[in-house]
Design a protein around this ligand. Sequence first.
Ligand SMILES: Cc1ncc(COP(=O)(O)O)c(C=O)c1O
Length: 277
Amino acid sequence: MICDKENHASIYDGCKLSYGKMLRYNHNDMEGLEKQLQKVPETAGALIVTDGVFSMGGDIANLPEICRLAKQYGARVMVDDAHGLGVIGEGGRGTASYYGLEDEVDVYMGTFSKSLASLGGYMSASAAVCDYVRVSSRPYMFSASIPPACIAVATEALHTMKEHPEIVDRLQEISAYMRSKLLEKGIRIRLSETPIIPIFTYDPIRTLQIQKELYENGVYVNATLPPAVAPGECLLRVSLMATHTEAQIDEAVDIIADVLSHYDLEAPAEIDFDSLI
Ligand SMILES: Cc1ncc(COP(=O)(O)O)c(C=O)c1O
């Protein structure tokens, strides 16, 4: 298993459950990925696993290069598109569609718990791989299946997504609007291309204080703390919905700017800010 260091915690758990060996490369560092691929013995199978849209940073995996390297080194590619489905690609079809690489991804999986507003998840792969997972995945085999109500919600959400691709366009539009408004106010954000917009707050305690103050003023954002990120790289994660309006965003950005102005938000000296963007 060859993992991007910013992969979601569930991927790390999956790697442990595989009893295989895990190698990691720095976030979106394709030279690092190639170096790790070179370490894989010829007799071993190699699976590159990556978030499609990274859950903390909101940035998109460099799938074209990942797929090219996979071909070159005889590895397979698995994409966890929890945050890509309903967000990027044609009509919200996700990261592989965004790059036109649907046929290059060997295992495509995600969850129903984000854009589909339900619980559970899916995996799509060749029949042989799906059959293998059915009989060898411990969580699949030894836990109860998803309640029918969750399946119904996810199915209906998929239908809505298919019938109303404009919802996905609107999500992109409102996300770009919020990014531009935050940047106008001089707020340091990670330049994602998705509705996940991270605001740098660095220190864990300060991050929680700001989150609380924002909440008390009517703005809900997620605090991203260790172990999801390294100490000193904490974030407030803004997540948008297609139903947010420009007026709501204007109001939220004013509140965010006002609350942040009461804090000293200099990056710790040891952090290379540019490397985080
Ligand atoms: C990339 C990624 N994969 C998997 C999951 C797990 O999703 P669930 O909570 O629906 O199992 C998440 C949830 O945060 C995620 O961000």
